[in-house]
Ligand binder design. Structure first.
Ligand SMILES: C[S@@+](CC[C@H](N)C(=O)[O-])C[C@H]1O[C@@H](n2cnc3c(N)ncnc32)[C@H](O)[C@@H]1O
Length: 245
């Protein structure tokens, strides 16, 4: 085995062991619980645009983009555009005709101006509309066209019903070997009081939607090695790998 193969093998062993460390898992959840009231995930930016993510998830997405080399990334939930710009910048480095198709029910004018005047804008197609409306879905599929592979990232309305619909509607874009990432599954591990002004909470969350989706969809499995590696993530159990046709 070469030195680099040994390095990767050792990482696999270490990560698997870390994934079994219940004490660490509990401390990681506790750390997330303590930072959430400080709005920790709102404090970062990517190439100047606010990105509402944990740095660990940003790194995990970079690793997936490099591994999959997608021709398109579909994102639901744009907000200020930081994650769309992140994905676009990674696709820019990969070159070719790759693009991000980014959907939001409401793209505020100042966000649209900032995204459309950003150096990465030529890689981003914005679609305004609810991600589960048939007209929106049709636009996304039309913009993706025959591009493959595709990564899908769901980060819009976090209620069970909405995420489950998104999973059903967008999962066909993801083919064997690629990923469908469901953000904010962490809601199910947090106190209900954190989301008092939102429809979602424990039991009505992206996590419960993923659970129900995986009950009947055998094309996807959770890639738990990513959860084990990150520890600090808003998407535990949300990194779904496509293993079927
Ligand atoms: C958590 S923010 C997205 C954060 C962004 N992905 C990032 O990392 O910076 C959620 C976004 O979802 C949008 N949203 C809410 N309901 C939606 C729906 N039904 N369809 C599409 N977007 C929706 C909101 O307008 C909001 O901008």
């Amino acid at each position: 085995m070469s030195e680099i193969e040994n390095f990767h093998k050792q990482n696999e062993v270490d990560i698997a062991k870390m994934g079994e460390d219940a004490d660490l898992a509990q401390h990681s959840k506790e750390w997330i619980r303590m930072t959430t009231p400080h709005r920790y995930s709102y404090h970062f930016s990517w190439m100047g645009r606010p990105i509402i993510q944990f740095p660990q998830d940003i790194l995990a997405m970079q690793e997936l983009v490099w591994k999959i080399q997608p021709q398109a990334i579909v994102e639901t939930g744009v907000a200020h555009g930081g994650s769309a710009v992140l994905y676009a910048s990674l696709l820019e480095l990969l070159g070719g005709d790759r693009k991000v198709v980014a959907v939001d029910i409401s793209i505020r004018p100042h966000n649209r101006v900032a995204i459309e005047s950003h150096p990465m804008s030529r890689r981003i197609d914005l679609v305004e509309g609810s991600s589960t409306e048939s007209a929106t879905v049709a636009q996304v599929f039309e913009k993706v066209g025959s591009r493959a592979p595709v990564i899908v990232a769901l980060d819009s309305n976090h209620s069970h019903e909405h995420v489950l619909k998104e999973l059903e509607l967008y999962s066909p874009l993801v083919k064997r070997g690629s990923y469908l990432v469901v953000f904010d599954t962490i809601i199910d591990d947090m106190p209900d009081a954190f989301f008092a002004d939102r429809p979602w909470k424990r039991g009505n969350s992206p996590r419960t939607a993923v659970d129900q989706f995986l009950e009947h969809n055998t094309r996807f499995v959770r890639d738990e090695s990513i959860d084990a590696k990150l520890q600090l993530s808003v998407a535990p159990g949300g990194y779904l790998k496509c293993i079927g046709d």
